[in-house]
Write a protein that binds this ligand. Structure first.
Ligand code: C5P
Length: 310
């Protein structure tokens, strides 16, 4: 594992920032025999992040506490993906877990920004450092993929092509920084719900698999302008997300009317990403989208940023 810090002394804690992910290209294929959908995606990590802090409990056990987004509603027991990550790395190391994990969440929950996966990635790294677990990149990737399709990318960050069910990564050397306004909504969409809707719409002949990531990969590698990028954004889940939550359409149109270069559903939604020309445009656009109403919260973000295991 790269980027190691010194191991924790008793009473010390380890904090890890983990970015949200977006999918500037999200191609969704047919369901596979294992129920997952084949993906051809391009991930990018953005500057909206959760902080995972791990400290020794002093006795066997895993405790999870949460502040910020989702506090009071998210599970803190075995159903929490960060809890599962702590348990998994302890099992890998052959040790009894003794950790209190605190998740300070800024990434909206069930918003298509991989907040839960980011927490799992952060917990893997924080616990590995806390317990001084010697683990190589390949093994860490394997554990991450077992926790969820997006977790390997959340470890690495940056920009990467995702294939398989999203867990097979090929890094992309993106040149530049792109600026986004992230608008969240009052509703949530569970990822499986959106995949089911994609399948249902396909049975009705709506939508097709956008398998070719070549054009957007070349755009990132060549430092394309935001104007060029706007024309290349793809999300095969967009029609499904809008079909499930029709109010997304008016939020997207509103942002375009306010001058966004593009409106893009983030992953399986319902967060909406508005592409801006530069940081100045993003600040003005965020203000106008906030004033217009209809969004629960509006954030500024840029990408790509590094992940905790880069
Ligand atoms: O991999 P992860 O646990 O995050 O996936 C959550 C759910 O999303 C899966 O159980 C599956 O229903 C759906 N999914 C899918 N195809 C993918 C990734 C996720 O159908 N490539």
């Amino acid at each position: 594992m790269s980027g190691q810090t010194a191991p924790a002394q008793p009473g010390e804690s380890i904090s890890v920032d983990v970015p949200a992910k977006i999918n500037p290209h999200l191609g969704v294929g047919d369901p596979r025999a294992d129920g997952y959908h084949a993906l051809s995606t391009v991930y990018q990590a953005i500057s909206l992040h959760d902080t995972v802090t791990a400290e020794r409990l002093g006795e066997p056990g895993i405790e999870v506490t949460i502040s910020g987004e989702g506090a009071g509603t998210l599970p803190t027991g075995e159903d929490n993906l960060a809890y599962k990550a702590a348990k998994l790395i302890a099992l890998y190391a052959g040790i009894e877990p003794d950790v209190r994990l605190h998740l300070n969440k800024r990434i909206p929950v069930a918003g298509g920004l991989a907040g839960g996966s980011a927490d799992a990635a952060g917990a893997l790294i924080a616990c590995a450092r806390l317990w001084e677990v010697a683990i190589g990149d390949a093994e860490l990737h394997r554990l991450a993929a077992g926790l969820g399709s997006d977790v390997p990318f959340c470890l690495k960050g940056g920009t990467a092509i995702g294939s398989g069910r999203g867990e097979e990564l090929t890094p992309v050397a993106a040149v530049g920084t792109w600026h986004w306004v992230v608008a969240t909504t009052d509703t949530e969409i569970a990822t499986p719900e959106c995949y089911k809707e994609v399948d249902r719409l396909r049975e009705d002949g709506i939508g097709r698999y956008s398998a070719d990531t070549g054009p957007i990969v070349r755009a990132f590698e060549s430092g394309a302008s935001a104007d060029e990028l706007a024309r290349l954004l793809v999300n095969d889940m967009e029609a499904a997300a809008v079909s499930l939550r029709p109010q997304l359409a008016s939020l997207m149109h509103g942002g375009l009317e306010e001058g966004a270069l593009a409106a893009h559903v983030s992953g399986s939604g319902p967060s909406i990403l508005f592409l801006a020309t530069d940081v100045k445009h993003a600040v003005a656009l965020a203000r106008r989208i906030r004033m217009r109403g209809g969004a629960r919260s509006v954030h500024l973000a840029h990408g790509p940023v590094r992940g905790p295991a880069d």
